[in-house]
Design a protein around this ligand. Structure first.
Ligand code: THU
Length: 161
């Protein structure tokens, strides 16, 4: 056996330093927190995706009294984009969260299930997804889900070849 290391690259900085497109998408994710249905967690998450034709689709977390039946903002948004705009590639996804009326200083990072769904978006469309995590003091940008989820499982792992 040999030791191996993985290097992960991402951008970090104040939200004001985001490029214009990422900033626009982050703003849309912030706005989307307003549609969150989160009476149990009181944690409002918004997401926005930018499609290849410039369309922006937004979504938010939707909870349920039977907790596991709820869904994160990221998957609500990605599935909504897939249902409303089938076949359109997703260029970027922005995520923002607020609680008690205040946006978080540090960004939230997506849960494992959402990362798994993002992985399939990339393999399905054959191009990477820029992921923008908004925080009021610091935001992060990942160019592709592999930086957030190395060694992920995908359909290509199911071959015996
Ligand atoms: N949540 C999201 O919508 N996205 C995330 O990345 C993390 C968590 C939601 C799920 C639940 O409604 C609430 O935030 C608390 O976990």
């Amino acid at each position: 056996m040999e030791k191996r290391n993985i290097e992960i690259s991402y951008m970090a900085g104040a939200p004001e330093t985001l490029d214009a497109e990422s900033r626009m998408l982050a703003d849309a994710a912030c706005k989307a927190t307003e549609s969150s249905y989160s009476p149990y967690s009181h944690f409002q998450v918004g997401a926005a995706v930018l499609l290849e034709d410039g369309t922006v689709v937004t979504g938010s977390n939707q909870e349920n009294a039977a907790y596991p039946s709820g869904l994160c903002a990221e998957r609500v948004t990605i599935f909504s984009a897939g249902a409303q705009h089938p076949g359109k590639k997703i260029k970027a996804l922005a995520i923002a969260a607020q609680t008690g009326g205040t946006f978080l200083k540090a960004p939230i990072t997506p849960c494992g299930a959402c990362r798994q769904v993002m992985t399939e978006v990339e393999s399905r469309q054959g191009s990477p997804l820029r992921i923008i995590l908004f925080g009021t003091e610091q935001s992060l940008v990942f160019d592709g889900i592999s930086s957030l989820m190395p060694f992920c499982f995908g359909a290509e792992n199911m071959s015996a070849e």
